[in-house]
Design a protein around this ligand. Structure first.
Ligand SMILES: [Zn+2]
Length: 306
């Protein structure tokens, strides 16, 4: 039996779906919701009715998925090994130094950058005292009479996983029905958009129902994947055009000229952060494709067409 636990969150997404699978005399929870009072009440009410799970799988480290993991200290908790690596990295001074420097070199304003690094401490609180079991691609977990399979789908985060249970795929934020999942650059040497597009190919071959972490189940997987690929293709072309038109630009100029759903100045601070990550992920993809060239002048980075 599969139960969808709709947990509240603010903003356009409105909710996150946690899923509770009951198989034989065991149960598995996929994702936990935001670390808010409201989400905790909703989740614990569900669990009072259906029981606490033996196993918990976290699809990725974002707060709406890992947020309430501390409620499950008595369960076996699983997460991809890369997510632990990234959580540690994000909490490190090395990350702050590396990324701040990179963002400044790309011309992004200091006040936005400072805000990006401000809330990292909450991850300490979220994962404090939690024992994670690390999984990798292809791992299986026995729950009741069934085998749950882990599929590594890096991109939205570098340790993002989907979970296969019989003919059903729980896809976390890898594919969403109503928005294109954010793909952001978190480490200077990553190429998350390349990883993401490769991970879409990995899922395309899967038949069966797809349960996303936000919104309703997806029936037309292939179609949805094509739409998402098209979106990134268009954005890459748009960035190439911006660079072509302006000749030599930095990352901030590119970000400001992309046609987001609102004008740059009208975007919320949170949206700006997502937009910055998204811009850098696309720039990185174009660089590694040799479609554009990077020039460093002093500590400033500029892009030109190749
Ligand atoms: Zn999410």
């Amino acid at each position: 039996m599969i139960l969808t636990l709709k947990l509240p969150m603010q903003g356009p997404l409105n909710h996150v779906n946690a899923y509770l699978i009951r198989d034989g005399n065991e149960s598995l929870l996929i994702d936990t919701g935001l670390p808010t009072q409201e989400a905790m009440l909703t989740l614990t009410n569900y669990l009072k009715e259906y029981g606490y799970p033996n196993y918990v799988i976290i699809t990725h480290y974002h707060p709406d998925h890992i947020g309430l993991v501390r409620l499950f200290k008595d369960s076996n908790i699983f997460i991809h090994e890369k997510e632990i690596e990234y959580l540690n990295f994000i909490l490190s001074n090395e990350y702050e130094k590396e990324m701040k420097n990179y963002l400044l070199s790309n011309g992004f304003p200091e006040d936005i950058i400072d805000r990006m690094f401000r809330n990292r401490d909450r991850f300490y609180e979220i994962i404090k005292g939690v024992n994670f079991n690390k999984v990798i691609d292809g791992d299986t977990i026995k729950v009741g009479g069934s085998e749950i399979k882990i599929l590594w789908t890096p991109g939205h985060t570098m340790g993002h996983i989907c979970i296969k249970y019989n003919e059903i795929l729980f896809c976390g934020d890898h594919i969403l029905p109503n928005i294109t999942p954010n793909v952001s650059l978190l480490r200077v040497n990553d190429n998350p958009l390349k990883s993401y597009l490769d991970s879409l190919d990995k899922i395309e071959k899967i038949n069966g129902k797809i349960y996303p972490a936000h919104g309703e189940p997806i029936n037309n997987v292939k179609e949805r994947i094509e739409e998402i690929k098209e979106h990134h293709k268009n954005r890459l072309e748009e960035i190439l055009k911006i660079i072509e038109m302006k000749g030599k630009v930095n990352g901030f100029e590119i970000a400001m000229n992309i046609s987001w759903y609102k004008k740059w100045d009208e975007l919320s601070n949170f949206d700006k952060q997502l937009a910055i990550g998204e811009t850098l992920a696309h720039i990185k993809y174009l660089l590694e494709k040799n479609a554009i060239k990077q020039t460093n002048i002093g500590n400033k980075i500029y892009y030109t067409k190749n």
